[in-house]
Design a protein around this ligand. Structure first.
Ligand SMILES: NC(=O)C1=CN([C@@H]2O[C@H](COP(=O)(O)OP(=O)(O)OC[C@H]3O[C@@H](n4cnc5c(N)ncnc54)[C@H](O)[C@@H]3O)[C@@H](O)[C@H]2O)[C@@H](O)CC1
Ligand SMILES: [K+]
Length: 498
């Protein structure tokens, strides 16, 4: 029989509020009620034990005081009835339980399970299941919970979280100090956006999904603003190239940057651009860097200028030939940089604004007609000087504020990944905000420009770029490439693009 959960995650994600507000209607639409959903949640968890945790002999279950605890008590009963050795600890008094969660506790009690009020002194567990908080959590963890979780986080047992690891705010991805660090999280009904990005992503461990028979109904009645680019969606969006196409049909990107002594970033961005398929890649850099940028990458067309003033027509001609402009990698902020930055507002097409061009944007009143901004959190903070109410630990908020303040598409770089928050499909002065993966920002700006130049759906270009970059970075990290260099990313990007 097919498992009741899957590692194939859905393409959309939601806030905890959306889940709370709509799960009853979705259940009704699917001919179910909330009590049945809790039973199904426990069944899916039990199924995970049946399929992947067959050898777990002694299982510790932690239960809280809300419906997440209800799932935990029902699972405890199922495991106990199946003959597994279960120790269950109520980290909040069962007298706080109500409704379905209370009934679940009563069932566990009636099945003969002895519910403890603290961790047993002598024990060794194969699996620790945490059903303390789910989508209802916000704020901080108490000292006693922190010490329970610290104990679990050090234990050699496999850690499984029910729906959301305790300590993660499911909508924002803010992780409370002392959170339970899951190896596996089985989440129900809908992906919660906060679990997909920032440090929350790592806290969740391997994310599995159980639709409980209502996911489809839920996605029909609730609109998502956050898309999750799964592998199959990525493959479907991939550009198919005609065998007889030639370079002029595959987009022309011009990358501007690389001030005196700063050849590296512009070279990385340019190479990423070539490697992700742009037909023609030109570089406009400082005269001193031409040889360095060109070296070993003869596909690049590298142009050097001493000053913008002395090369206005030359720069204008380069701009006229390109479909997409990248500005910022290694640009600096001196007069050479500022003149090029000012000039970039004359570009008639989409501008990918990165690195020092973002820092210059933060102090400029000029706005691009069509742009993708790719700040990391430090750059985002500088860009948001006027919106001092933004909570910088909430990456979704940061992206949404930047998008509004600069009226442009925003890709916030940083840990976690693969999420794209899109408000409208049109990149032009509205666009999307996305969360990208760790490091190598110059590589990301090159990929984004390349995909846009190749004429993919504009919103897809952003999420695809984030996906490729994020997955490549993750793969490289998983494969132990801790000191991640661009070369490692390039290898993975080639794999992913096929
Ligand atoms: N509603 C339903 O029908 C279903 C709910 N399900 C489960 O129910 C969960 C949601 O249940 P609840 O809405 O009861 O929420 P939770 O079980 O996440 O717990 C919420 C409780 O924790 C408290 N709390 C929040 N932050 C706290 C903090 N920092 N310190 C101390 N206490 C804190 C709240 O005041 C509330 O009492 C889901 O995550 C899922 O696991 C599933 O059974 C599927 C069906
Ligand atoms: K949990």
């Amino acid at each position: 029989m097919a498992a009741k959960y899957t590692a194939n995650l859905p393409q959309f994600a939601y806030t905890a509020q959306q889940v709370r507000d709509n799960e009853a209607s979705a259940a009704q639409l699917a001919g179910l009620n909330l009590s049945q959903l809790m039973v199904r949640a426990a069944d899916a968890l039990f199924d995970l034990f049946d399929h992947e945790l067959v050898n777990a002999e002694h299982i510790l279950i932690l239960a809280g005081k809300g419906n997440n605890a209800g799932d935990a008590y029902l699972l405890a009963e199922l495991l106990h009835r199946a003959g597994r050795k279960v120790t269950i600890v109520a980290v909040f008094s069962p007298s706080l339980l109500a409704g379905d969660a209370l009934r679940a506790y009563q069932r566990a009690d009636a099945a003969g399970l002895n519910v403890l009020s603290e961790l047993p002194k002598q024990h060794s567990f194969d699996v620790i299941v945490e059903g303390v908080f789910g989508i209802g959590f916000s704020g901080k963890l108490s000292g006693s919970l922190k010490s329970i979780f610290a104990y679990c986080n050090k234990d050699a047992a496999l850690r499984l979280s029910i729906d959301v690891p305790s300590g993660i705010e499911a909508s924002t991805g803010i992780v409370a100090d002392g959170a339970f660090l899951a190896d596996i999280t089985l989440t129900f009904i809908a992906l919660k956006q906060g679990m997909l990005t920032g440090s929350a992503k790592q806290v969740c461990g391997k994310l599995l999904f159980a639709p409980l028979g209502v996911a489809e109904a839920f996605s029909k009645i609730v609109n998502s603003t956050v898309s999750y680019v799964s592998h199959s969606a990525f493959m479907a969006m991939r550009l198919r190239r005609a065998h007889d196409c030639y370079k002029n049909q595959c987009g022309h990107v011009l990358l501007v940057g690389g001030n005196k002594g700063m050849a590296g970033a512009i070279r990385l961005a340019s190479e990423a651009c070539l490697r992700s398929g742009a037909g023609l890649v030109s570089v406009l850099t400082h005269t001193d860097n031409v040889a360095m940028v060109q070296q070993g990458r003869y596909e690049l067309m590298v142009h050097g200028i001493e000053t913008v003033e002395s090369s206005r027509e030359y720069v204008g001609a380069l701009f006229a030939k390109a479909d997409v402009l990248v500005i910022g990698p290694g640009l600096g902020q001196d007069n050479w940089a500022k003149a090029l930055f000012d000039k970039s507002f004359n570009f008639d097409g989409i501008v990918v604004c990165d690195a020092d061009a973002l820092n210059l944007s933060a102090v400029s009143s000029l706005r691009y007609k069509q742009a993708v901004m790719t700040p990391h959190m430090g750059e985002a903070r500088r860009l948001l000087t006027k919106s001092n109410t933004v909570d910088m630990s909430n990456r979704f908020d940061v992206a949404a504020h930047l998008q509004r303040d600069y009226d442009t598409t925003v890709v916030v770089k940083g840990p976690g990944s693969l999420v794209c928050q899109q408000t409208r499909m049109n990149i032009n002065r509205s666009g999307s905000s996305a969360m990208a993966s760790a490091g190598m920002g110059d590589v990301l700006s090159g990929i984004i420009a390349s995909l846009i130049a190749q004429g993919m759906e504009k919103f897809a270009a952003t999420s695809l770029a984030v996906y490729i970059h994020g997955l490549a970075a993750e793969r490289a990290a998983v494969e132990g490439e801790k000191g991640l260099l661009a070369g490692d990313l390039f290898k993975h990007i080639r794999d992913l693009l096929g």
